[in-house]
Design a protein around this ligand. Structure first.
Ligand code: MG
Length: 163
């Protein structure tokens, strides 16, 4: 029987002025971006943590410390790809992942397919392997007040087939 492992990732960042908004590696047309040590891409960060969690390889903060200047303004898709390299090095491959962006604004639907494509390309997997969705919180909480965005992701890994 093939061993399967599931992982969960959660992230949140605050909106700030004067920074671009990047979600799932896709530039989003919005007056405010997400403030973070890297590019603040909550979708990429949640997916990265889901992959690391499933493989039992710690978390994004341990792998890419926010006090490390090397990761200031970092392209989060690069970090995602680096994390997945470690996951594959540990003998796992992605079955599928599901990411959900949580926020009142902006509307994600017009960007959803592009985000899937970018995240999947960073992982070197087919677009059908990665799903992206979005939800509001009916104006409740910090995302509902448009103070920032959050994201959650789950990733399912299987032991890579040895050929
Ligand atoms: Mg983050």
């Amino acid at each position: 029987m093939t061993a399967l492992r599931v992982g969960l990732g959660v992230d949140a960042h605050a909106f700030g002025d004067g920074v671009p908004l990047v979600l799932g590696g896709v530039p989003i047309d919005h007056p405010r971006g997400l403030v973070g040590h890297s590019d603040g891409d909550v979708a990429a960060h949640a997916l990265t943590d889901a992959l690391l969690g499933a493989a039992g390889l710690g978390d994004i903060g341990t792998l890419f410390p926010s006090d490390d200047e090397a990761y200031r303004g970092a392209d989060s898709l690069g970090l995602l790809a680096e994390a997945y390299d470690l996951v594959r090095g540990a003998g796992f491959e992605l079955v599928n992942a599901d990411c959900i962006v949580i926020g009142q604004e902006p509307r994600i639907a017009p960007y959803r397919e592009a985000m899937r494509a970018r995240l999947a390309a960073a992982l070197g997997v087919g677009r059908e392997t990665v799903n992206v969705r979005a939800t509001t919180t009916d104006r409740l909480g910090f995302t509902g007040r448009s103070e920032g965005l959050a994201a959650q992701a789950v990733a399912l890994l299987r032991e890579a087939s040895v050929t």
